[in-house]
Every structure is written in C-alpha cells, then in structure tokens.
Design a binder for this molecule. Sequence first.
Ligand code: NDP
Length: 307
Amino acid sequence: MPHEMNGSPVSGLPISGHTALYAIFGSPVAHSLSPAMYNLCFEHYGLDARYLAFDVGASDMARALDAMRLFRLRGANVTMPGKQAAARLVDERSLVVEITGACNTIVNRDGYLTGHCTDGAGLIAALRAGGIDIRGRRIALLGAGGAAAAIMVQCATDGAAQVDVLNRRSARYKAAGRMIERLSERQGTRSVALHDWADQTALRSCIAAADILINATSVGMAPASDAVPLPPACRLGHLTALVDIIYNPAETALMRMARHQGVPTVLNGYGMLLYQGAAAFRLFTGLDMPVSRVAETVFGLDPGPPL
Ligand code: NDP
C-alpha cells in the first residue's frame, strides 16, 4: 500500500535491479516538489521507477550528464542554475532549447541525451485546461526572462497570431532580441515583436490589441505581493484571459485587478507548473500525468482543471 513519508507518497513497489531512475539536478534542490510529483505518477501507473533530487551546480552539469549516461538514468529535469549548461551539453536540442539556450528536461535514449524545455508547453496546456486555445490569438507578454523566453518561443511556434513582448531595456531585452532573430532565421517566424517597457504608448496599444495577457515578470511575487506590473488605469476588460505565472501568492494583485475588470479567465502559475511537469512526464514515459491527483496531493490544490 502507498504510504506517506515527509509529505511524499512512496510507491509500495520494491526497488529491484530493473528499477528505472529519473532525477532532478539543481542547487538548491531539496525544496523541489518534483520528486513527490513524479514518484506519485510512477506509483499511479505501477511503474518500476524512482525519481531523486541531486544537488548539482552549473559547473558540475557535465559530470551530471556523464553520470546519466553511465548509470543509465532514463531522464532528468534541470532547475537553476544548470539550465544553460544542460542546453550546451546535451546531444540534441528541441527548437525551444536551441532558441532560448535553456533546458529543463533531458531524455536519455541509450546514452544519447535530448534536451527539451517544457515551460512554454506547460503554460499553453494550462490555458487549454482553462478552455483557452492560443492559436490565432494575440498575446501580450510582460517580461523577457527565463520563463518568458520559453513562453514566447512556444506560443510563436504553436500558432499564436502575434506575441508582443514587453521588457525594460536590460540585458534580457537584448537577449530576447537575439532569440527573436534566431526564431525568424530558423522558422521564418515574423509574429514576435519586442517593445520597450518604458514606452507607455506601446505598452497600452499592445495590451489593447491583446486577447491574452501573460505576466512573466517577477513583479507581484511574495514578499512584494502588492506590486502590479501595469499602470493602475490600465484597461483589461476586453481580454479573453489573463495568466500571472507567479504562484506565490496564489492570487496576485494583477489577478485581482483583472477579475475586478471582468476578465473571464484569470489563472495563476500553478497550472503552468503542473503542466510543465506533465509535459516532461510524457517525454519520459509517453503517459499522461494524473494532473488532478498531482494537483491535490502534491500542490494541495482543488482537484481538476481549470486551476
Ligand atoms: P528572470 O529573473 O529570468 O526574469 C525576471 C523578469 O521580470 C525579467 O523580464 C525582468 O525584467 C522582469 N522584472 C523584474 N522586476 C521588474 C520590474 N520592477 N519591472 C519590470 N520588469 C521587471 O525570472 P524567471 O523568468 O525565472 O521568473 C519570472 C517569474 O515567473 C517569477 O515570479 C517566477 O516565480 C515565475 N515562474 C513561474 C513558473 C511556473 O511554472 N509557474 C516557472 C518559472 C518562473 P528585466 O530584464 O528588466 O530585469
């Protein structure tokens, strides 16, 4: 019978000489919910597999990937600070990894490592679970950091009509400009535009034209939970959906502002977090993650999408 240990459901299946091993590499990593999430899924399907967390910094990622090959780990997730190193070190890269230079999921097929990034797919799946299809929609994306870059590339390649990215003229702004160029060279994509956050006219017109607004900045994240990334008078009522990818707090001040103005679908970052894991689980096993069970057991959320 499954039982609880330190909050993690543990499979009753015995560990054998055939048990498949999966892992997460990051530093710090002890707080990660990934072991609880994937071990619950293995137990759900009765799979002879286990998932462990290994504290690995960026400079040790080459050795971690060699260890994956040596010990035949079937797959791994990568969190900070090793995502860029992983993207450089894998044998093959998905388009999103190639464009963004960041990898959060590695699949090992007989020692050949393929790098993926599931954050953008997770955001799109969370919207789909909330009844929203991004295809043909205009998206205003606040931020150009790690999460925003993955969302930008995935939305552009998955059929959004337009993705308007707004960021301050920082190093990330320049990096996002280079990603958009690479995307255009690689895919012929012309649907992504980068705007200076300080240009209030551009900000207002991108939001006015958008169907979906995504906040992928850290503005509003605890402990500064009262902060809103937009001017107080900004009109949001025309939006089909607003997603704030922050999940602490579960309801940000921006989400309250959107609800107050009547936006019909308002989501926080838990759906993206859950569905990026579901996308990785599918890459690892070909199976659908039992999302309601994971949401309830691991994240303590009400079961069943939309989140
Ligand atoms: P990064 O540090 O890579 O990027 C932060 C982004 O926020 C940058 O675009 C930065 O712009 C912008 N920003 C920060 N402060 C301000 C400000 N005062 N005004 C305008 N823009 C600002 O972080 P991540 O991309 O990793 O994470 C961003 C947020 O997304 C975090 O809250 C994180 O918790 C959340 N997240 C959620 C995930 C999920 O699954 N739900 C997954 C990953 C992240 P600039 O370049 O100008 O500094």
